[in-house]
Design a protein around this ligand. Structure first.
Ligand code: RP5
Length: 161
């Protein structure tokens, strides 16, 4: 199975990124986690991105806050699908990171999830892996069924109030 690369601009992003790690663990998808900064370690970020396909990755998740150029810088150096997580910081409620991540030029897409939307980044990565992996497809479908059963149960409880 292809691996998911999870990279973040700083260890300060880790509390958000952990939600993505937990989803991938739960679905049994192999992943690697790294800290690469588009600004502080641009050479390492570029080298990782350029070699990612040959190193067995199928998709890359990139999380960054503030002037969040990491996902775009990764996308510039690979044709693997790149999913961006804009991370909320003290200023602007994460709008700065959202716009920096989502506003990519034509031809270099970054599939951007919600601010701090790390769980959905992992689910989207899983859906990409599931295009060619039957086991992951089944795991995703089981998750959706469990989520549906949970909401139906809550509906029943609420309707008795
Ligand atoms: C970004 O700047 C990182 O992704 C992080 O969200 C933000 C702040 O980084 P630190 O100053 O906490 O290392 O590059």
């Amino acid at each position: 199975m292809k691996k998911v690369g999870i990279i973040m601009g700083s260890t300060s992003d880790l509390p958000v990124v952990e939600k993505a790690i937990n989803v991938l663990k739960d679905l049994g998808i192999p992943y690697e986690t790294h800290v690469f900064s588009a600004h502080r370690t641009p050479d390492e970020a570029r080298d990782f991105s350029r070699s990612a396909r040959d190193n067995g990755f199928g998709v890359i998740i990139a999380a960054a806050g503030m002037a969040a150029h990491l996902a775009g810088a990764v996308a510039a150096n690979t044709t693997l699908p790149v999913i961006g997580i804009p991370v909320k910081s003290a200023a602007f409620g994460g709008l700065d990171a959202l716009l920096s991540t989502v506003q990519m030029p034509s031809g270099i897409p970054v599939a951007t999830v919600a601010v701090d939307g790390a769980a959905n980044a992992a689910y989207l990565a899983a859906e990409i892996i599931a295009v060619t992996d039957e086991g992951v497809r089944e795991a995703l479908e089981a998750k959706r069924e469990a989520s549906k059963a949970d909401v139906l149960k809550k509906n029943e409880e609420v309707s008795k109030l």
